[in-house]
Design a protein around this ligand. Structure first.
Ligand code: GDP
Ligand code: MG
Length: 397
């Protein structure tokens, strides 16, 4: 078989696989990144060409194809970004994950972010949860049992009540196979293939090495997740809000139009992307536009498909009754006129001032514009004693 044919069969294979998006959540230092590297294995770079290597390294996404005797699926993971504090808001703002692995370090137990992340999963109705009791190598048997009971108590009455709890040592690679079994068994939700595509850009970059000959240059690459619809190689797309430009002290945004040159799922080129799993899209864009994540937070779709961007956002909202994460219960006050709140809308985080409150609806004036796609959900955070804390969520109306 020639190399060419092998590549083709890979394309077909990858496109046919079912996709699962998994969020890694839990308190900082409880082992999310370590566990992820043990589940997926390290990226081995022996034969890949520049494009693939560039995408894999720069995206930092970890993907794996899992299979057993009856099933084969492509699993994409979303790890907590550096800013752990924002994860809860991010989770509530993006309908991106199908399932979650919630880590609790056995030597530390339930911590503020453990609670906050579980509440966010609950708000998003992510009910496919695996609880990993990590770092069991660090505790005695008695301590492990005590911690297990603490977890049981913590999940009682929540969306994770019946979630399996697996004792793990990510570092010593104990029970990683049990996690893989869970990931193969989880039911995958129905995907929306018929709506206009909505590609959420989380990263954007230049994959060319310095000094590359002009005729070998690759266009700018967009990394992110296709929330709904389909995108194909050759599609003409628009990116919004696009490029920010200051003119006479006024900030304005320009929609970018381009064409899809290639699509990668992890290391694999595909012709057509369907929702689920992270993607890298190579475009015809000049790398000046895509370098250093300058387009992160934007959305892409077929030309003419995205609504006009706006700084005047209308939301229907729901607040939690009390603040999660803290040691003692703190009641959440109603939203107030003129209050500044932080919003996570898909991959964008922006601050907005409340201009009008009408029952459970608010009008906001945003600092950074968003693409207001009706029905998209939004995480709402309030600054409480110097920390942005998740207080509820909303829906774009
Ligand atoms: P994250 O902040 O949740 O992503 O946590 P990291 O994966 O960065 O892990 C934090 C620290 O805990 C690192 O020093 C890891 O080496 C360590 N760690 C992670 N898993 C285990 C484990 O199972 N056992 C032990 N002893 N250490 C671990
Ligand atoms: Mg980490």
């Amino acid at each position: 078989m020639t190399k060419q044919i092998q590549t083709k069969s890979t394309i077909v294979d990858i496109e046919k696989l079912e996709m699962l998006n998994v969020g890694m959540v839990g308190h900082i230092d409880h082992g999310k990144t370590t566990l992820l590297s043990k589940i997926t294995g390290k990226f081995t770079d022996t034969h890949s060409e520049e494009l693939k290597r560039g995408i894999t390294i720069k995206l930092g996404y970890a993907d794996i194809i899992l299979e057993n005797k009856d099933k084969k699926r492509y699993v994409s993971f979303i790890d907590c970004p550096g800013h752990e504090m924002l994860m809860a808001t991010m989770l509530s703002g993006a309908a991106l994950i199908d399932a979650a692995i919630l880590l609790v370090a056995a030597n530390e137990g339930i911590k503020p972010q453990t609670k906050e992340h579980l509440i966010a999963l609950q708000a998003k109705k992510v009910n496919k949860i695996l609880i990993v009791q990590n770092k069991i190598d660090l505790v005695t048997r008695e301590k492990a049992i005590e911690n297990f009971n603490e977890i049981k108590k913590f999940i009682k009455g929540t969306i994770a009540e019946n979630a399996p709890i697996i004792p793990v040592s990510a570092q010593q690679e104990i029970n990683i196979d049990k996690i893989k079994e869970f990931l193969l068994d989880v039911k995958i939700p129905q995907r929306d293939l018929n709506s206009k595509p909505e590609f959420l850009i989380a990263r954007s970059f230049d994959i060319n090495r310095p000094g590359t000959d002009i005729k070998n240059l690759h266009g700018g690459v967009l990394g992110g997740i296709l929330k709904k619809g389909e995108l194909k190689v050759g599609d003409e797309i628009e990116i919004k809000p696009g490029i920010a430009e200051t003119q006479a002290h006024q900030l304005s945004y320009h929609t970018i139009k381009t064409k899809i040159v290639s699509i990668f799922r992890g290391n694999n080129p595909i012709n057509k992307a369907t929702p689920g799993g992270s993607l890298a899209i190579e475009t015809e864009l000049d790398n000046i536009l895509t370098k250093s994540d300058s387009l992160s937070g934007c959305a892409a779709s077929l030309i003419g498909s995205l609504p006009e961007i706006t700084t005047a956002l209308k939301l229907k909202y729901y607040l939690f009754s009390s603040l999660v994460g803290g040691e003692k219960e703190v009641k959440i006050e109603e939203l107030k006129l003129s209050e500044m709140i932080m919003l996570s809308v898909n991959t964008t985080t922006t601050v907005g001032q409340i201009k009008k409150i009408d029952k459970k609806n608010i009008d906001l004036s945003l600092r950074i514009p968003v693409v207001p796609i009706k029905g998209d959900s939004v995480g709402i955070a309030r600054n409480i004693r110097g920390h942005w804390r998740l207080i509820g969520f909303g829906e774009i109306v």
